[in-house]
Write a protein that binds this ligand. Structure first.
Ligand SMILES: Cc1cc2nc3c(=O)[nH]c(=O)nc-3n(C[C@H](O)[C@H](O)[C@H](O)COP(=O)(O)OP(=O)(O)OC[C@H]3O[C@@H](n4cnc5c(N)ncnc54)[C@H](O)[C@@H]3O)c2cc1C
Length: 293
């Protein structure tokens, strides 16, 4: 059974904000795939909920006039994978969210809930980091846009003040045009398992596809929150596609990641994965970009 004090169905974003402000202890519920489990386990027993699940204005993927891709936070994983805009411009994000749980979870779970629970293993997060995603946060004082890295304050904590909610995810055209990506999730089981390590690479090649013009490397479970590796990215920019490039990429990444031991895997295994997965993801991203390696 679910021990819930009360649940309010918001009729608009403004209505949700009004209720969150009026009842500061109430929690937002979207698809419920995380929060209902916590209630069921007793961690949030007796809580009050504000449901935003009925707000269609927060659902779907659109291409804006300025070329930005806008993803509504209530968009389900299965919607994202099948969406033609995602498939045309950022297929790596569709691939990443297709790694989440099983079909039922992918139908009910939302991308907004996936990043708002603040968990380092969220399958969408590292790819959103690699795409330099920006988040629209709306609250009683209006809306603001922040880089996704500023959303994460620590394990399970995101930067939402009372009355605020995530209302959009944006990917700027400069961040996806001519970029090709690859996400690799390593988990102990093939299905229904949280990532032991997740690695997302997004790269752009030079005109004759022999050199790496730009690259972005992001991980999940390589630290307390999803992370980018800026020194690794700088170390290989402009390099020719060669084994040296992949060696430098893997070795430099090891100097930036900060995985830890957990019951799922040891720190040593995660370090090995961090080095190997980034090389594999970069090779595949280069192949998708039309390069040879
Ligand atoms: C069986 C199972 C397997 C799973 N496997 C995976 C997996 O492999 N990979 C993975 O990444 N995840 C996995 N998950 C976790 C889960 O499916 C995701 O994290 C999901 O995206 C959460 O979305 P939701 O809409 O259900 O969020 P909810 O449970 O409704 O909310 C989650 C959190 O986000 C907050 N929130 C939701 N929407 C907003 C918003 N718009 N603004 C502000 N705060 C918001 C809520 O207050 C809550 O704190 C699994 C879950 C289950 C049950």
């Amino acid at each position: 059974m679910y021990d819930i004090e009360k649940i309010y169905q918001a009729t608009s974003v403004e209505d949700a904000i009004k209720h969150l402000v009026a009842d500061p202890d109430s929690l937002i519920i979207a698809g419920g795939s995380d929060i209902l489990i916590k209630i069921h386990e007793g961690k949030l027993a007796g809580c009050s909920l504000v449901s935003i699940y009925g707000l269609d204005e927060l659902r779907g993927v659109t291409l804006q006039e300025d070329g930005r891709i806008k993803i509504g936070p209530l968009t389900s994983f299965s919607h994202i994978t099948k969406d033609p805009i995602i498939q045309s411009y950022i297929p790596v994000l569709g691939d990443a969210v297709d790694e989440v749980g099983g079909p039922q979870v992918r139908n009910i779970g939302t991308i907004g809930g996936n990043i708002s629970n603040g968990v380092t293993s969220a399958d969408s997060a590292s790819t959103l980091f690699a795409l330099n995603a920006e988040l629209e946060i709306t609250g009683p004082n209006g809306s603001k846009i922040i880089p996704i890295k500023d959303y994460y304050l620590g394990p399970g904590r995101v930067d939402l003040k009372n009355g605020e909610l995530l209302t959009a995810i944006y990917i700027q055209k400069d961040n996806y045009e001519n970029y090709y990506g690859c996400y690799i999730k390593y988990a102990m089981r093939d299905a229904m398992d949280i990532a032991t390590l997740g690695c997302s690479v997004s790269c752009k090649l030079n005109h004759d596809k022999t050199h790496l013009e730009d690259v972005r490397l992001a991980y999940g479970v390589a630290g307390p929150v999803p992370m980018r590796c800026p020194e690794t990215e700088e170390a290989v920019k402009g390099m020719a596609i060669s084994e040296t490039l992949f060696d430098v990429f893997g070795k430099t990444a090891l100097t930036e990641v900060r995985p830890r031991d957990s019951w799922r895997a040891s720190k040593i295994l995660r370090l090995q994965l961090a080095e190997e997965l980034c090389k594999r993801a970069l090779k595949e991203a280069i192949r998708r970009a039309g390069g040879e390696c």
